[in-house]
Design a protein around this ligand. Sequence first.
Ligand code: AHR
Length: 678
Amino acid sequence: MKKRLATAAALTLAAGALCAQPRHGYLVVDEKAPGIEIQPTMYGIFLEDINFAADGGLYAEKVINRSFEYDNPLQGWKTFGKVEVLCEGGPFERNPHYVRLAYQGHPANLCGLENSGWFGIGLEKGEKYRLSFWARTAGKAVSAGIGVMLCDVNGNFENQILAMDQIEVKGGKWSRYEVTLEPSKTLQKGSLRILLMDEDPAAAADLEHISLFPAETFRGDDNGLRKDLAQALLDLHPGILRFPGGCIVEGTTLDNRYQWKNTVGPVENRPINLNRWSCSAFERMFPDYYQSGGLGFYEYFRLAEEIGAEPVPIVNCGMACQFQNDPAWDVNCSMEDLNAYIQDALDLIEFANGSPKSKWGKVRAQMGHSEPFNMKYIGIGNEQWGEDFKARFEPFVEALRKKHPEIKIIGTSGPYLGGEWFDDLWKEMRRLDVDLVDEHYYSWEGFYERNADRYDSYPRTGPKVFAGEYACHGSDGKKFNHFNAALLEASFMTGLERNADVVHMSSYAPTLAHAEGWQWRPDLIWFDNLRVAKSCSWYVQSLFASNRGSRVIPITAAGKPVVNSNGLNATASIDDATGDIIIKIANLNQYSQTVSFELPGGLCGAQKTTLHSDNAVDENTLDEPERVVPQTSAVDLTPVSDPSNDYLMGVRNLPGGRIELRENFPARTFAVYRFHTK
Ligand code: AHR
């Protein structure tokens, strides 16, 4: 009996030992290889006004329908007393509507209006807000007192007023008025109230373009951006900024396509546009979703400059969104009208790069940027396909090549990651020899898990790839921005970098989403009126971009690239400026495994940054924004005491002056290693 027990114990021990046996990935880094250049444009961002990303989000304006131009001119406004909407004699011809406030008989009869912004007006104690409007007197009185206040109308009503001031409107000519308000408390959903407050019952005033901005915007720009959101973009270290879409470039019909010329010049005179995402999803309609044009092309170019990204504007190719329209509806521009669209593209280059003496260069200079924006790329069309597109695309290419051979042209491979349209378009893009082709792939986990080698077999000549929109979607349709998706994106992205000779640009999509106003998910950054949450995918993007390196160098397992090798996907690069060797590696296995890196000796320090969660569906939320964040630690490069002990992790010296760094690499983890050679 004793003997039988002893045998069983021995067997159990042996089985245990077998289970504990580390799996061993031995990865060799060849730092002497010349390497493939990684373009500075490799990792970027894509901004589109979807999910209230611009109006109601990044654009710091807090007043919705500030010019009374929505189809319902008082949309977003609550009115008290006698408020009329007028449109004759306003100060801005392209935004003709304004309101008139006048008493009915007695000053005690309140007259005014109130705006609650997009999902409320977020206010922070300690911050200042610039309230401005254009106004003139409208009654017999020579002046009209206007009370302006920031309010908490949803709280307990002990004191609704968080800040207040009075503006004296004088004279019958339109003038701009501005005051600074400082709220007495922080509030997610405040409002702006404006009342006629004059003792003279004859007082009346006309008001137009009522605007409320935080006094501090990103980089202090007038007509600027929300600091916290723009900072989250900057912290992605983007190489490019693709804008303004996406489907909003195309429009539901050509009438509401994005027209960049409507988004430049004085902000008060930019016409609004119904956002194509207002009614795209039946279950998540926002019929009051308009684009103010306040975050327009000037602001996009300026943002690109401020965050160090190459501007990549996309223009309409003469076609409305093909997804939203039946081919029989014939919503595209005629071939005769195509020239106007091509001219828009040519004028855009003049706006961005032309001399301040040129027509459009002058517009830019008058807006405050006499130096060119140095635009190098232009995208023609978004997710287009088929013969109608090809017929319109070629004349664009011809005209751009002729007048601006210095500008790189980005074509498209359509909405899908493969298939008939995709192949047809790639063939056409090659025939026309465009510089880059924009590929989009929103796909499920299996795609990202299995396709780190997507670009290994792409032709090495011809147009380069711009992975312009991609994101891993949870396969059950319920998981969004969870850790597992981010891990799989990281794993896939090692393949983008390993193929840096083919892939020159990439950007996750979409970038921004208001938690109360989204139409599409997953998204890189979630926000509400006061808070920001960076998704797990944000951290992946940021880790790739801030550890890009200048050249890809080989990292191999048994002489082959590390692609699905024991569940590992990896890429290595050298940063020429610092001499650092950088390894990015994802372990998709459910178990930890021993991984060895063979590296040059003489390293003078190293760090690793890991992104991991034990729970695949963990995500960062506005309430818990730091649930999954990267952890950085130093890597000990001291040689191990007993190199013959196979189970000992750490550094071993190898013949020829090289070293092996043996690591216990955790399950389901993405890591970036930085080894300092100098
Ligand atoms: O990013 C959201 C949308 O996805 C983009 O507008 C479009 O290009 C794609 O279909």
